[in-house]
Ligand binder design. Structure first.
Ligand code: CP
Ligand code: NVA
Length: 301
């Protein structure tokens, strides 16, 4: 059976918890191994990346595998060779695909036409590897999620969607504050509510921040939305997480951001560089979580 990881729902609740345990163990033991020995994974990145690319390349090598990095600029993808053809070619040479792209449907197409595992390295709809590693960063500090409040303040983007998915499996309370017109997936929100997740959407950042233990935000214009940047800066005016905003949260609250950050937009320099910020621990944990995800995808069934 070919396993994929294109969204958090691709694993069960138990497996999601196990990913946290395994990633933590891998971090503690500086794990390296041979699971991927003899395997070559292709990283197809249609958008820029620093952390995701590096943590996958390093993680795959630490598990004994090799990587090939591919972008549209230097492959036939950029000259309109259909993805369904590319998927079949890659499946004949390689053992897995780690893909950063626009629509989630692209991943479905790669799965439909390919015959090897596909891992989501970010789409417009979700960033599951990032949110799983952010959960690891929280779990290291607060192992009991049951009385935990997580805030999402800003754009209802790919990250926000994956946080909603996470709230179905992990028992924290998630409050998202997004300006009108910048909502996350309402379908995901509805599904999460039906599944018993403690998740809520508000228009008021102060409401999301009140009593929050972990405060998340992200850029106002994601990759692919560069042309909307000015309009978005206007729509998000007043939504910067600054010291005054942070004071609304629970004492000792932590600031989180998947990075890259735009200081002076979604977060002030003071908060980003201040003692509440755990953004570089988040970035480090990408490596440990990637390895746990790779183990889940490539271990024999
Ligand atoms: N957080 C994250 O995915 O960063 P990169 O875009 O650098 O991969
Ligand atoms: N929401 C951001 C995340 C970058 C890691 C984007 O999609 O550009």
């Amino acid at each position: 059976m070919v396993r994929h990881f294109t969204k958090i729902r691709d694993v069960t609740r138990e497996e999601a918890w196990r990913l946290l345990d395994r990633a933590r163990w891998m971090k503690d033991t500086h794990h390296t191994g041979t699971l991927l020995a003899g395997k070559i994974l292709v990283l197809i990145f249609e958008k820029a990346s620093t952390r995701t690319r590096l943590s996958f390349e390093v993680g795959i090598r630490q598990l004994g595998g090799q990587t090939i990095f591919m972008t549209p600029a230097e492959s036939q993808l950029g000259r309109s060779e259909p993805l369904r053809d590319t998927a079949r070619i890659i499946s004949r040479y390689n053992d897995g695909m780690v893909v950063r792209t626009y629509g989630q449907a692209t991943l479905d197409q790669l799965i439909a036409y390919g015959s090897i595992p596909v891992i989501n390295a970010l789409t417009d709809e979700g960033h599951p590897c990032q949110v799983m590693s952010d959960l690891l960063t929280i779990h290291e500090r607060t192992p009991d999620f049951s009385s935990l409040r997580v805030a999402w303040v800003g754009d209802g983007n790919n990250m926000a969607n994956s946080w909603i998915e996470a709230a179905v499996y992990f028992p924290f309370r998630l409050t998202l504050a997004c300006p009108e017109g910048y909502d996350p997936s309402l379908e995901l929100l509805e599904d999460a509510g039906k599944a018993g997740a403690r998740v809520r959407l508000t228009r008021d950042p102060e409401e999301a921040l009140a009593g929050a233990h972990y405060i998340n935000t992200d850029v106002w214009a994601s990759m692919g939305q560069e042309e909307e940047r000015t309009a978005r800066q206007a729509a998000f005016a007043g939504w910067t997480i600054d010291a005054a905003m942070l004071r609304l949260a629970a004492p000792g609250a932590r600031f989180m951001h998947c990075l890259p950050a735009h200081r002076g937009e979604e977060v002030s320099e003071e908060v980003f560089e201040g003692p509440a910020s755990i953004v570089f621990d988040q970035a480090e944990n990408r490596l440990h979580m990637q390895k746990a995800i790779l183990e889940r995808v490539f271990s024999p069934a």
